[in-house]
Design a protein around this ligand. Structure first.
Ligand code: BV8
Length: 244
């Protein structure tokens, strides 16, 4: 792939980079995206299941969906895209990864300085005590899982209509305002408030680079849109950095 020299120079010389990822970074690991052709689960859309209302009215159905995803995610490995992002963390003086994904694959690839801004599918939360635990038995067995206190357990993820974890959101928004480069990988730019981050970074003077297999609303804001698979483009982009 031909990369613009101006962009390569910025990657080589910048000190502060923020990376935002969506489900597209995990697609090459075999995890279905939300809105792509393979994104449908049975006949449901994420927006219909990832809501408090869906969980309150049919916790078993919502848990069936999460258990299906956990079983699928439990069998896959991070791909080269996750691995390159983990290596970037050691190169830049200031680095933050903001992922919308709840699959845990970035952490498995070695990323540490990250915000899982929509939560993590391997954590569960008691709906009564609010206590959080890791529930990694896969499959869970009887659905929906119950807390010892007798209340329902829910996935510790952010559903539509729920606020993002304030600590992570404040950390993300501060990083977005201060970064030299915002690299956006594998997201349709559909879900807010993360979808507003590219515009905010641009307004603060950052260079915005998008990696996606297709153009998205983010392409209108990005200085560069690199069309192709993240697992191909990220290694190619990174290998062009002689100092890495
Ligand atoms: C909130 C966790 C306060 C659960 C998810 C304006 C401001 C604030 C809020 C809103 C607003 N407008 C609307 C809202 C409400 C809502 C929202 O955004 N609705 C949408 C439907 C319009 N936002 C919220 O409710 C958020 N809360 O703001 O609180 C508030 C509340 C109410 C009202 C006002 C304010 C909470 C949102 C979090 C929802 N939870 N997930 C779970 O995972 O089960 S969202 C879900 O979508 C996932 O996290 C997912 O990551 C995320 C985003 O989707 P993408 O990752 O982009 O996935 P998608 O399939 O769409 O795209 C994949 C992309 O990859 C594609 O572009 C594809 O081309 C590309 N691709 C595919 N393969 C590859 C690839 N790219 C590269 N390489 C490849 N190989």
């Amino acid at each position: 792939m031909n990369f613009q020299e101006e962009m390569l120079e910025k990657f080589r010389t910048s000190r502060n980079i923020v990376v935002v990822t969506g489900s597209g970074i995990s697609a090459e690991s075999g995890v279905p995206t939300f809105r792509g052709a393979d994104g449908l689960w049975k006949k449901y859309r994420a927006e219909e299941l990832a809501t408090p209302r869906a969980f309150n009215s049919n916790p078993e159905l919502v848990w069936e969906w999460y258990d299906w995803r956990r079983q699928l995610i439990g069998k896959v490995e991070p791909n080269s895209g996750h691995e390159i992002i983990a290596r970037m963390e050691d190169y830049y003086q200031e680095f933050l990864l903001i992922t919308q994904n709840v699959d845990g694959l970035h952490r498995k690839a070695g990323s540490n300085n990250m915000v899982e801004i929509h939560g993590n599918i391997w954590r569960v939360r008691c709906t009564h005590e609010e206590t959080i635990t890791y529930l990694e038995e896969n499959p869970i067995g009887k659905l929906p899982p119950m807390c010892e206190c007798g209340a329902l357990l829910r996935p510790d993820v952010v559903w539509f209509g729920e606020s993002l974890p304030i600590e992570g959101l404040v950390k993300a928004e501060k990083a977005i305002r201060e970064c030299d480069i915002l690299l956006v990988v594998g997201t349709s730019g559909y879900v807010y408030p993360v979808a507003s981050f590219p515009m905010a970074a641009k307004a603060a003077g950052a260079m915005v680079v998008e990696i996606n297999i297709e153009r998205t609303p983010i392409s209108l804001v990005a200085d560069f849109t690199l069309l192709g698979k993240a697992g191909d483009i990220l290694p190619e982009l990174w290998n062009r950095n002689p100092k890495k």
